[in-house]
Design a protein around this ligand. Structure first.
Ligand code: NAP
Length: 517
């Protein structure tokens, strides 16, 4: 990992001279400004204290757009994670015993602080993740919405009274927090993937150890700083980062951790799922997707182009719900391909702080190489690049927004997540064929359909083996709806009232001898 990082830095700096200079210097001043802000932290958080790695080691956080080092953060491992777990464990009894209203007020205050620091948090996301500032600000609102929503849900953790089967008994169901939660999150939504877990966990009375991606820890640390400012007690929220396998192993094997919530790749998710067997703890998994975006002949062309564009190119194609296969019916295929390519051509690529830019860099060199290998594979099997298809002239990890036609099911572009700005177009004849192609994958997170036929809307939505379906809409995530996948895209749901269940245990209480005088 460290060797790859060094190699990456060399490549990044070799491209630096080709970047827009004004933007690079503006970024340095933004970074300097942020470092002086009240939300900036570059140490781990354990038991309410900001601390470094016990052996003093650090890792660099780079700006993917320029290659500059933004900050050094601690390279933590097993020992720090065990201490963070102990802090969370010690904080659990008092946090879980607060009234729901008290926890709710803390969360609401945290939400207010996140929103009042929206601009700085958005800048931090753009700096370390690369997404355009407008999109980053959107992530702050989206991320904060989970804290606001679950602050309210905290007060609605109702149990049940079950009609008794014997007249001298009363039967109750209590809902109680599971305990300490380990939350492991990816780099593509540095804030929202954390709040979507921590919001409901804290609302239920759980305490948490968060492990953000080493690529984007600064947003997580800033959010944790705001949690402290909001009065969330020490130890309730802890943040460690560094050696991912060691931290993951410590969380997974600890008997004090009662639940793992993971968002990231399917490969790592499977490892964690196997790991929790040793201590029989609960796990929820938000894993990779392979989203089909089906455009039927009867779709409104403009709506379909706009929707597919949003579903595909958000965060430069680096989201789990990004359209990975655009499956177009033969009657509209040529018209759609032309209109879609024209729209893709207009997407402005560049530094996320530059006005008008809607496509930032990919997260790192490995991500670009993955896209290149998928493109190569598709060309070798007969696909045609009708737009883009290569690294952007800006250098670094910028890649041209790309449209590929004549993609078939046996190509990597159709089988796996490309996680980049590449839209592969596939052709189909009948509705049955579209459903078969769409479901021909182990993934099952998001799917999109574009049609003006109401009956088809229902038929196809029900037939798709996916956890989320967007109909004539490419952006569908919201805090009030359940988010999660089926098949190998994951287990459990985040967001919405259902998101609370992931952090609650049911306890049945039988009260006997009611008729004793
Ligand atoms: P990843 O490599 O699996 O990393 C995700 C997190 O797991 C990071 O914090 C990473 O740490 C950590 N990690 C890596 N190896 C680990 C190990 N052996 N044990 C414990 N933790 C480990 O995934 P990614 O590349 O960051 O994220 C992209 C993937 O996430 C895509 O597949 C995407 O579809 C998926 N995703 C899914 C959702 C969803 O809601 N379903 C949302 C967003 C993303 P380091 O980064 O520090 O190495």
């Amino acid at each position: 990992m460290r060797v790859a990082r060094l190699a990456l830095c060399k490549i990044l700096f070799s491209h630096l001279s080709r970047m827009h200079r004004p933007s690079a210097s503006r970024q340095m001043s933004i970074a300097a400004g942020l470092k002086n802000s009240s939300i900036f932290q570059s140490q781990g958080l354990i038991g309410g204290k900001w601390i470094g790695a016990y052996n003093g080691k650090t890792l660099q956080v780079n700006n993917p757009s320029t290659g500059e080092v933004i900050a050094d953060v601690p390279l933590m491992g097993r020992r720090e994670t065990n201490d963070a777990i102990s802090s969370a464990y010690d904080a659990f009894p008092s946090w879980s015993k607060l009234t729901a209203a008290e926890r709710s007020r803390c969360l609401r205050k945290w939400y207010d602080l996140i929103m009042s620091h929206k601009e700085e948090l958005g800048q931090l996301i753009t700096l370390e993740q690369g997404k355009p500032l407008k999109e980053a600000l959107g992530e702050v609102s989206y991320g904060a919405s989970f804290i606001e929503f679950f602050a309210e849900e905290a007060k609605r953790v109702y149990g049940d009274i079950i009609p008794a089967t014997l007249d001298d008994r009363r039967l109750f169901v209590l809902k109680q927090p599971v305990g300490v939660v380990g939350a492991i999150t990816p780099w593509n939504f540095p804030l929202a993937m954390i709040t979507r877990k921590v919001g409901p966990a804290l609302a239920c009375g759980c305490t948490v150890v968060v492990k953000p991606s080493e690529l984007t820890p600064l947003t997580a640390l800033a959010a944790a700083e705001l949690a402290l400012q909001a009065g969330i007690p020490p130890g309730v929220l802890n943040v460690v980062m560094g050696n991912a396998p060691d931290i993951g192993d410590a969380l997974v094997t600890s008997p004090q951790v009662r639940k793992i919530s993971f968002t990231g790749s399917t490969a790592v998710g499977k490892k964690l799922m196997a790991g929790v067997a040793g201590t029989v703890k609960r796990i929820s998994l938000e894993l990779g997707g392979n989203a089909p975006c089906i455009v039927f002949d009867d779709a409104d062309l403009d709506v379909a182009v706009k929707g597919a564009l949003a579903a595909k190119f958000r965060n430069s194609g680096q989201t789990c719900v990004c359209a990975n296969r655009v499956i177009v019916q033969e009657g509209i295929y040529e018209k759609f391909a032309a209109a879609f390519s024209k729209a893709v051509q207009n997407l402005q690529v560049g530094d996320g702080f530059t006005e008008g830019v809607v496509q930032g860099p990919l997260i790192n060199e490995a991500a670009v190489q993955k896209v290149e290998s998928f493109i190569q594979d598709s060309i070798s099997k007969g696909a045609k690049i009708i737009l883009g298809g290569k690294r952007h002239s800006l250098g670094m990890t910028f890649y041209e927004p790309t449209v590929v036609t004549d993609v078939r099911s046996d190509m990597l572009l159709a089988r796996e997540e490309v996680f980049g700005p590449v839209a592969p177009l596939m052709r189909f004849k009948t509705e049955e064929e579209a459903i078969r192609i769409a479901n021909d994958t182990n993934a099952g997170l998001a799917a999109y359909i574009f049609t003006n036929n109401v009956q088809r809307t229902w038929r196809v939505s029900e037939a798709l083996e996916y956890g989320l379906v967007g109909v004539n809409e490419g952006l569908i995530s919201t805090e009030v709806a359940p988010f999660g996948g089926v098949k190998q895209s994951g287990l459990g749901r985040e967001g919405s009232k259902y998101g609370m269940d992931e952090y609650l245990e049911l306890k049945y209480v039988c009260l006997g001898d009611m008729n004793r005088k």
